[in-house]
Ligand binder design. Structure first.
Ligand code: GLA
Ligand code: ZN
Length: 671
């Protein structure tokens, strides 16, 4: 992947416009004017590419790729497996998905196929290889966009058999499965593998180990299908580079596993900017966490594969973006390690469900349309800051976010079934660190902790023995570990650990869990501290863990209820490092001072002085990005940052030299 630029582009679906050469010609002109350098082409074009079984029609695509190439626009060519033509489903019904209720879907929608079906895999192979043979070596084709937003699950007989095979491989014997799932409970013992069925609304839902393994299997099978697509391409063009677009906080696939199989991680972002219940900073923090996740899944620059330059059409309220917001979103991506900023989609569709979804070019087809103008402006800014492309991020702090843990945690049937909002817990720690200018990467239990100074394990309910060992060694060798309530409770098949918890960490943390109390929505418990560095009063919510001190120093304690006086935040020296424990979920604002205290002598901010409220700093290589996440003009050092605007600095020795100061995008309906 050449790193000479930040790629800028959109999903391009010219198959919807083949009868309008005037539109296709305008596309090229407007792409050039907006500095578009790449498009994801033909994501849902299967029916046009293969209108009848085995009859391929690729000439139109050849012309599009040539025309784009001549205009300097590169192609991220899609394999069209995200939606299939009608003829296929009539001839081969097995390609359609079966729901958890065991009913097979009809033709319709997209992403409606079985990842196991040999027929579907064969059809995909034929299609992908046609594309690879014709276009795989075209100089304009720089990347393959594998399918689209892989996801969902299928419960057909083929998938059930594949699940049983996966379990056989994992556990060896049925006895081992029964033990791992504690299936004696309610007499659920499985006499042999043939008895095992995926969870169903009218079937099994109480064997947590089964449900967890089903989720792992679905993730595995989806990735296996993706690998099949990739390898079909590579059979024809071995050097093919591939990417896949991942989705926000999507539950169904372990993206750490998926990322290992692709060359470039990408994700699709649809933040609800300007929500009355959130500040711009709140929305930006949520998005920043995701950028950091998608940087971290490969530890490499990622692309924002889709984002919307205006209102979407599918959110409960699809609000527009105020002038400047779209530019902010694009530049925030770059500040967090993005080397590509792309939209869904290039041109608004004329019909069907996404006809009102904004696109770079709107129905009015005008280049003085505000959305187009703002997109064009971002195109020229990305050109100016091109040298930042390729720059890596430093390892400072890591937050553990683990898919298996999420699956187990949310299905635990424990003290609070009304939702534990795991994401909110993660975001609090992320926010606390990033508001102090500390770089965060997201890791899972397979990750190597080398190089990090601080590791945070929020709600690590499922704690694997091997990861526990890594955490112990990390602190022993001088690292700083933060562990919260509801951590170290179960093993990797969701069996509760016997003995003291957090499992195998009580000596590291110097505390031992005794009880946990669940809070109703809005219910809190007062917490107090004598430390000058923390807010004097805070409030615990969601879950309040009651722990016994076993060597740790309390920094904050509960101040009400029968557990008044029990520790809320503790500090403990272990080996050459330190371990902190947090017994409950505190207010969001608590985490900035908390992490200032925790990180004080351990990691330093990428910004040398105090950051004004709502201004965030992040670093990539020698570049430091300062972003104003407020709607006001803000002074940072000697620079005035306009609302939503960013400045880029370059480290030169100890100094930070301003290399780019973004102009404010101004637009008014009144001429
Ligand atoms: C998803 C899909 C796109 C499009 C957008 C609309 O991200 O990948 O094809 O449907 O949503 O926001
Ligand atoms: Zn299936």
């Amino acid at each position: 992947m050449p790193h000479s630029k930040v790629y800028y582009g959109a999903d391009y679906n010219p198959d919807q416009w083949l009868d309008r050469p005037d539109i296709l010609a305008q596309d090229i002109e407007l792409m050039k004017k907006a500095n578009i350098s790449v498009v994801s082409l033909g994501i849902f074009a299967w029916a046009t590419l293969e209108p009848e079984e085995g009859k391929y029609n690729l000439d139109w695509m050849a012309k599009i790729i040539d025309d784009l190439y001549a205009a300097g626009v590169r192609v991220n060519l899609a394999t069209p497996s995200g939606a299939r033509p009608a003829w296929m489903t009539r001839k081969y019904p097995e390609v359609l998905r079966v729901g958890a209720n065991r009913v097979r879907n009809l033709f319709g929608e997209r992403h409606n196929h079985c990842y196991t079906s040999p027929v579907y895999r064969e059809k995909v192979k034929q299609m992908n290889q046609q594309l690879a043979a014709r276009f795989g070596r075209h100089p304009g084709v720089i990347m393959w966009h594998l399918s689209n937003e892989y996801g969902g699950e299928c419960h057909c007989e083929l998938c059930q058999e594949a699940f049983r095979g996966w379990l056989r491989e994992k556990y060896g014997t049925i006895e081992a499965v029964n033990k791992a799932w504690n299936s004696k409970f309610w007499s659920h013992d499985y006499p042999d593998f043939s008895y095992i069925e995926s969870p169903a609304p009218h079937g099994e839902n109480s064997v947590h180990g089964l449900k967890l393994d089903w989720k792992r299997f679905v993730s595995h099978q989806t990735i296996d299908f993706m690998k099949w697509e990739r390898d079909c391409l590579r059979e024809i063009v071995p050097e093919s580079k591939v990417c896949a677009n991942m989705m926000y906080f999507y539950d169904g696939i372990d993206y750490f596993d998926m990322a290992k199989e692709i060359d470039l991680a990408t994700w699709d972002a649809y933040p609800t900017w300007h929500k009355p219940t959130e500040t711009i900073e709140d929305t930006a923090i949520d998005t920043a966490f995701m950028h950091d996740l998608y940087y971290s899944v490969k530890g490499q620059p990622f692309w924002l594969m889709e984002n919307c330059p205006g209102p979407t059409n599918w959110q409960p309220i699809s609000k527009g973006k105020k002038p400047g917001m779209n530019i902010f979103a694009g530049l925030q991506t770059v500040a967090h390690g993005g080397d590509g900023v792309l939209y869904f989609q290039w041109r608004q569709s004329q019909g069907s469900s996404e006809k009102f979804h904004a696109a770079v070019v709107s129905h009015d087809c005008r280049e003085d349309n505000r959305i187009y103008m703002e997109c064009a402006e971002l195109g020229s800014i990305l050109k100016e800051i091109a040298p930042v492309a390729g720059a890596k991020r430093e390892k400072q702090a890591a937050i553990v976010y683990d898919w298996s843990n999420k699956w187990a945690l949310e299905d635990a049937q424990g003290p609070r079934n009304k939702g534990l909002s795991y994401k909110h817990e993660l975001l609090r720690h992320h926010q606390g660190l990033t508001q102090n200018g500390i770089d965060v990467q997201i890791i899972n239990q397979d990750s190597d902790l080398t190089g990090y100074k601080v590791v945070v394990a929020p709600m690590l309910y499922m704690l694997r023995e091997d990861f526990c060992e890594k955490l112990r060694r990390f602190v022993q060798d001088g690292g700083v570990l933060v562990v919260t309530y509801w951590s170290g409770v179960v093993n990797e098949t969701d069996l509760c650990y016997l003995g003291d918890t957090p499992h195998n960490l009580t000596d590291v943390l110097g505390v031992r869990r005794m009880e946990i109390d669940a809070m109703y929505d809005g219910e809190t418990r007062r917490c107090v501290t004598e430390s000058d560095e923390l807010p004097q009063v805070a409030h615990g919510s969601i879950l309040c863990e009651v722990a016994a001190l076993e060597g740790a120093q309390p920094l904050m304690v509960y101040d009400e209820d029968y557990f008044s006086g029990a520790p809320v935040v503790t500090e403990h020296a272990f080996g050459k490092g330190k371990a902190y424990y947090i017994a409950t979920r505190l207010e969001r604002d608590f985490y900035k001072p908390l992490y200032r205290l925790i990180c004080e002598d351990v990691v330093s901010s990428c910004w040398p002085t105090h950051l004004p409220e709502g201004v965030h700093a992040s670093a990539r290589g020698e570049y430091v990005f300062l972003q104003n996440m407020t709607e006001a003009y803000v002074w940072a050092e000697n620079l005035e940052l306009a609302p939503y605007c960013m400045a880029v600095y370059k480290r030169e020795g100890d100094a930070l030299v301003l290399v780019y100061n973004q102009p404010e995008f101004k637009w008014s309906p009144i001429k």
